[in-house]
Design a binder for this molecule. Sequence first.
Ligand SMILES: [Zn+2]
Length: 414
Amino acid sequence: MPSLDPATVRAFLERRLPATLELLRELVGINSYTGNREGVNHQGRVTARHFESLGFTSAFVAHADPAMGDHLVMTRAGRTPRTLALISHLDTVFPPEEEARNGFRWLPEGDRIYGPGTNDIKGGTAMMHLVLSALREHDPEAFESVTWKLLWNATEETLSRHFAEVCQAHLDPAHTRAALVFEAEGRPRGPSALVVARKGRATFRIQVEGRGSHAGAKHARGANAITQLAQVVERIAQLTDYPRHLTFNVGTIRGGVAVNRVPHEASADLEMRAFTREVYQSGMSAVLALAGHGEVRSPADGHACQIRVDVLSESPPWPRNPRTDALFEVWSATARDLGLPLESEERGGLSDGNWICDQFPTLDGLGPHGDNDHCSERSADGSKLPEYVLISSFVPKALLNTAALSRLIRSSTP
Ligand SMILES: [Zn+2]
């Protein structure tokens, strides 16, 4: 049973909320676009300072790509090596010029606070601070008993693989009971939902090489690369299989130079997403099988278009699994005790959870609630609104997280 008194913790969280929002305001005020190395490092230093006051020591880990900012790893050794990892990221998707152009900055309006990263994911970082503060105050025995690792990815938004290596280097799988990701809740309506699975994603480039020719004088000599690519694109569209949660999306396409030339080249970029490794692999094989001779040929001599397929990137699927389900059950039982409705969600979007779920029991969506992630525009008619977080979502979610952490720590064997 949780040893926390929910009413007392809730009162603490209410008192603490203004300081949490002040921390969030400070973080949102620093531009930490992934490509803004100095900004990301500044975000890391300010974040470290706030968590050092809770007894954490900080280490900055140089990125594999020297053009990127440092990852941040903070540690608080407990009485046992049993480890809980809390995960967030330092970067956002908004370049400084875009923030300036759209006047996108910290803006409280009713229950909403608009601003870059308010929801994705600086609100999650502020949530981590609030939850750890509450646990330290109201269940110090649990707080002191485990070793805490807090990890911030410098480049989550560009899906770089390096952070997974940082997690592996700093977390011992034998002792790590949970990797808890503080991404925001993604559903605009309905009860709270934690993320228990995420689709994996592969991106591809299809390049077709045809044969150019004069569209007037030597039309039959040409092998039209655009015609060929159009057929390939249609074939890719047919691969989407909703019952298997397998989707393909051709997102960009280009080809040709001028209308009086039979185009000698054309290319398209696409992505594929799937929840399970089997479905993911079958989709991958289907795309790779498109490579080779095309059926579009020169009528004059049969010269065939050539189709080439390159895999540009891969993020592995995070399928439903017993270790995640066991963690979710701790949050779910806690929510029942607290009288808070809680559901689970299998989400199409990616997070750092995709990279670490096969090494550590992983649960995601522990951040606050908001919407319009990755949007900075605001139109006069309100049809476009930028990213925001809901102030009222912090206290209930922090209460749930605090009580669930207490339960998790007290229920697990050393
Ligand atoms: Zn995020």
